[in-house]
Design a protein around this ligand. Sequence first.
Ligand SMILES: Cc1cc2nc3c(=O)[nH]c(=O)nc-3n(C[C@H](O)[C@H](O)[C@H](O)COP(=O)(O)OP(=O)(O)OC[C@H]3O[C@@H](n4cnc5c(N)ncnc54)[C@H](O)[C@@H]3O)c2cc1C
Length: 279
Amino acid sequence: MNEQTKVTDATPIKTLPDAQTVLDVEHYTDRLFRFRVTRPPTLRFRSGEFVMIGLMGDPDPKTGRQKPLLRAYSIASPSWDDELEFYSIKVQDGPLTSKLQHIKKGDEIILRPKPVGTLVHDALLPGKRLWFFSTGTGFAPFASLLRDPQTYEDYDQVIVTHTCREAAELTYSKNLIQHLHEDEMMQELLGDGLKKLVYYPTTTREDSPKMGRITDLLENGTLFKDLGIDGISAETDRAMVCGSMGLNLDIKRILEGHGLREGANSEPAEYVVEKAFVG
Ligand SMILES: Cc1cc2nc3c(=O)[nH]c(=O)nc-3n(C[C@H](O)[C@H](O)[C@H](O)COP(=O)(O)OP(=O)(O)OC[C@H]3O[C@@H](n4cnc5c(N)ncnc54)[C@H](O)[C@@H]3O)c2cc1C
């Protein structure tokens, strides 16, 4: 059992198994927040992968024993970062996030250091233009990939779409893109950044400069018209998709209509998909 033990004076105090310390928490809305934790020195991962994280569950009423309550989370920070960042939903009656939303600096979370996932560069064949299609917290793996220099070294252009119900739910992605455009190190990679990294946020409920489901905007050609491009082709375009089951299925259908095939770590192809959550 991988339990860590802290010794203070005479009394040993057990911390959580695979414990990491919370360094920073930022809340965006009553449904969304992000937090940063320490990174286990031995943890290696590829930008875009996910791990299991969580907290101890409530004590069993009969035995008093507590079991870890773990959920899959995309690592939102890039592989080079010394710390780990996560971007999270708050489900009010959700077993984990009803508690996780209250974490603060200095608290501990559990992190199982076994990263996996298909939203990685290795699962795509070389291409010229890379699309990231996301809804809600599905932006998290792209927050990692967008901060990874390989993304800009491998592609001429990167287009990231993020769709949420309300404008405030776009704050995390908007801040991150703005930071990338302003970052001196990134400016070298981005060149004329406004063309190389394109951000296309849309809302489905609240009024915003661009409204609509990304699938509709793709199918009726609005997206291509707005970006001044001809369309998607299997020769040049690669895509990563992370959203609800419905969004993933719809985008898969659209991409396959353009001739792209689904890839995997074992067999790279033109696009890859991962669920942002189960349900
Ligand atoms: C591969 C993978 C990666 C994931 N990465 C993230 C991530 O980076 N950030 C994150 O917040 N969640 C992520 N999730 C979802 C996460 O695992 C949990 O479901 C979420 O934290 C809620 O946990 P819970 O115990 O509070 O509620 P759960 O019992 O897990 O979920 C309750 C219900 O809430 C809804 N729900 C759960 N998660 C979300 C979500 N993210 N967005 C909208 N509705 C949701 C679903 O309807 C679900 O049935 C990921 C899931 C998978 C499969």
